[in-house]
Design a binder for this molecule. Structure first.
Ligand SMILES: Nc1ncnc2c1ncn2[C@@H]1O[C@H](COP(=O)(O)OP(=O)(O)OP(=O)(O)O)[C@@H](O)[C@H]1O
Ligand SMILES: [K+]
Ligand SMILES: [Mg+2]
Length: 685
């Protein structure tokens, strides 16, 4: 590897990982770094206090408590550092992609349109000098010097350095597969690329920041939990302070040292220490599945997704919509249809347009003086104006509307051909022309064919089992949409959708209280990707789509959402389970150690002293040691995550409450008792 290639899960907490994580962990002991986790900050302050107290008045108890309080803080820092370390190797191999290369920048290219760029003069510049807007020419065998969109030409590109997938991909101007990533290599042909990112802001830069965890921001859920843990801490500080005065007053004086140790045992240190590691590990699990999540909030949202919207072309289908045949109609000679279809496509830079020229044979030039009419998702037509002749091809509804406006007729034969192509799941493009102000004449139909991605049906079935509804949204007509929807097995579809329609649908679902995920690849999907709670852009898609979404799937597999949802659920469940465990643990410690601490002063407490710990000193040291070791014991679970099985949410909740609540309550009684047997052997305790 390649960043994304090394995805074999290594051992989670071996000596190697611990060794590598130690320097990072020591840096995290800086109190300023601990401000974000109030629980651990209190432990550190406590450790500092007992250090001073023990220095002033040395005792075996003081040394034992102090050492283990420092270890408690260190274990927490270590958990976070181990979690971060898992991304470091990936980051290093990604950096290898960023070595400086020489780029051929087109002179004056930035101000020109998309044609003829490949023939312009170029200057050699360092890749680091490229800025957004520059146009470069890249030929076979060369590395693409920066992120950008192909503005002219078609090439096969090796993206394995980024995606881990060794099969080359096609990148071409005009369509939804125009985006290229800096650091990848052109295998054949020559392309002109308009650079879209300034140095330091590229996709690989973002990937590095992501796998290193340096970009991680706490999610709202995490912040809320931290506030809750902080409040619990404040409550226990109050409890321990009042305990000091109560004990003093009743003649069972407790030292500040012992009460500090007690405080640390009672505050939720387990979850406080592991919270951040849980979040980092969740992001890391996604990276290992080739999904880059730009926000932790999106990962959490993924755990609660109700509806998944998918774009059709390039998401559900492979996205190389290609001309397959032309369908003639009575009264229009085939040559005339072919000529019009060709004319309307000669200047069309979209893959669809180019495939028509390929099918019908080139050999025709764009007539001098003709004006091009480029395709847009709103007009859904493209073509050319040559003098007073207008030739168009486009979606049936769009071309028919144009014909109607001009007073032209819509022959049944054309409508039948449209129906035939659509019913087979193909995309019909109606070809038409208008001379002067005369009526628009429909000449025939071009059949564009695309293939549904393999295995997608079964995966949508799995989503249904998880309670997620799938809806396909497409700019294509309703009949085609229905045919593809049936073949792919989606629950519902929306046809003839404009970019605004896609976004409006998401808003409606969200207004109904549902959590919406969207998978898409096109520039016309960008608004919807931005609006969705979870917006997954296909890596094959456009730069606009990748920037609008909050995740990028390097494998461009929309069914990857299943894994994303599982990881999201797993993250929420893990955090919930460890919080339950932590709090139950602390409550149990209260009952386990308080009677042991006070039994000497109040023999009547003996009935409550179920633990029969050997001495108050041994009780408190055992509790502190147990408290610290629990953190270490749970690091692997925090990193790996609690296993998620598709099951009803409340059944899962019951099971976890039982397992982690009850387990958390029982564990200290057993653990502290065993430790006490050992600790009581130490002279002086
Ligand atoms: N180059 C083109 N020239 C003319 N018409 C086109 C061209 N490409 C597509 N169309 C027509 O415009 C419609 C909308 O295309 P577009 O690519 O915007 O769809 P979309 O909204 O991305 O949906 P999806 O990707 O799910 O099919 C197509 O169904 C087709 O009928
Ligand atoms: K604790
Ligand atoms: Mg599309």
């Amino acid at each position: 590897m390649n960043a994304a290639v090394d995805r074999t899960p290594s051992s989670i907490l071996g000596p190697a990982q611990l060794g590598a994580a130690l320097p990072g962990a020591l840096r995290k002991l800086d109190p300023r770094a601990l401000l974000a986790t109030p629980v651990m900050l209190v432990v550190e302050l406590g450790a500092a206090a007992t250090t001073v107290l023990t220095a002033l008045d040395p005792s075996v108890l003081g040394v034992a408590v102090t050492v283990w309080l420092w270890l408690t803080v260190l274990f927490g820092a270590l958990a976070e550092s181990v979690a971060e370390g898992r991304g470091k190797a990936q980051a290093a191999s990604l950096r290898a992609l960023q070595t400086e290369t020489t780029a051929r920048r087109v002179r004056g290219g930035g101000s020109r349109g998309g044609r003829g760029l490949l023939d312009l003069a170029t200057d050699e510049v360092a890749s680091t000098d490229l800025r957004a807007g520059d146009v470069v020419v890249v030929a076979a065998g060369e590395r693409i010097p920066g992120d950008g969109d192909v503005v002219e030409g078609v090439a096969s590109v090796d993206e394995s350095a980024v995606t881990g997938e060794s099969a080359p991909v096609i990148r071409e101007s005009g369509g939804d597969r125009c985006a290229v990533t800096g650091g990848t290599t052109v295998l054949s042909d020559r392309i002109a690329v308009r650079i879209t990112s300034d140095p330091g802001q590229s996709f690989v830069d973002r990937m590095i920041a992501l796998v290193e965890g340096s970009q991680r921001q706490r999610t709202p859920n995490e912040i809320a939990l931290n506030v809750l843990l902080g409040s619990l801490t404040v409550v226990f500080v109050a409890v321990c302070t009042s305990l000091y005065f109560v004990a003093d007053h009743s003649g069972a004086r407790q030292s500040v040292l012992v009460l500090t140790a007690l405080l640390v045992c009672l505050i939720p240190t387990t979850i406080g220490a592991l919270l951040s590691a849980i979040g980092i590990a969740g992001m890391d699990r996604l990276v290992r599945r080739n999904v880059l999540a730009m926000s932790g909030r999106a990962v959490e949202a993924a755990g609660d997704v109700d509806v998944l919207l998918l774009d059709k072309t390039g998401t559900i289908t492979h996205g190389n919509r290609r001309a397959h045949e032309v369908l003639t109609v009575p009264g229009v000679p085939r040559e005339r249809l072919v000529e019009a279809a060709l004319l309307s496509s000669l200047a069309d830079e979209t893959p669809e347009g180019r495939s028509i020229v390929e099918l019908l044979g080139a050999g025709r030039e764009v007539p001098a003086g003709a004006t091009l009419v480029v395709f847009s998702a709103t007009t859904r037509m493209s073509g050319l104006d040559d003098g007073d002749r207008r030739v168009r091809k486009g979606a049936a509804s769009a071309v028919c509307a144009w014909a109607r406006e001009s007073g032209g007729s819509q022959p049944q034969a054309v409508l039948d051909a449209v129906e035939t192509v659509s019913a087979s799941g193909g995309t019909p493009l109606v070809v038409a022309e208008q001379i002067g102000a005369g009526p628009v004449r429909l000449l025939g139909v071009v059949h564009l064919k695309d293939v549904v991605k393999e295995g997608i049906r079964e995966r949508f079935g799995e989503m249904r089992a998880m309670g997620i509804r799938t809806v396909m949204i497409t700019g294509d007509n309703a009949v085609t949409a229905a045919a593809i929807a049936r073949e792919a097995g989606v629950d519902d579809f929306l046809a003839e959708a404009t970019p605004e329609d896609k976004m409006a649908l998401i808003r409606r679902e969200q207004a109904g209280g549902r959590m919406v995920a969207m998978c898409g690849d096109g520039t016309n999907d960008a608004p919807a990707l931005a609006q969705a709670d979870v917006g997954v852009a296909m890596n094959t898609g456009t730069t606009a789509a990748k920037e609008a979404g909050n995740m990028v799937d390097l494998d461009s597999d929309p069914t990857k959402l299943i894994e994303v949802v599982e990881i999201g659920k797993q993250l929420l469940i893990t955090r919930g389970a460890l919080t339950t465990f932590s709090v139950a643990n602390d409550v149990a410690k209260y009952f386990a150690i308080l009677p042991a601490m006070f039994v000497v002063a109040f023999p009547q407490l003996d009935g409550l002293n179920v633990m029969r710990l050997s001495s108050p000193g041994s009780a408190i040291v055992s509790a502190v040691v147990f408290n610290a070791l629990v953190i270490v014991a749970l690091i692997p679970l925090a990193l790996r995550g609690v296993r998620y099985r598709p099951a009803a949410a409340d059944a899962l909740l019951r099971r976890n409450l039982l397992l982690y609540g009850l387990g958390g309550f029982v564990a200290p009684f057993v653990g502290i008792k065993l430790l006490d047997l050992l600790v009581s052997l130490v002279p002086g305790l």
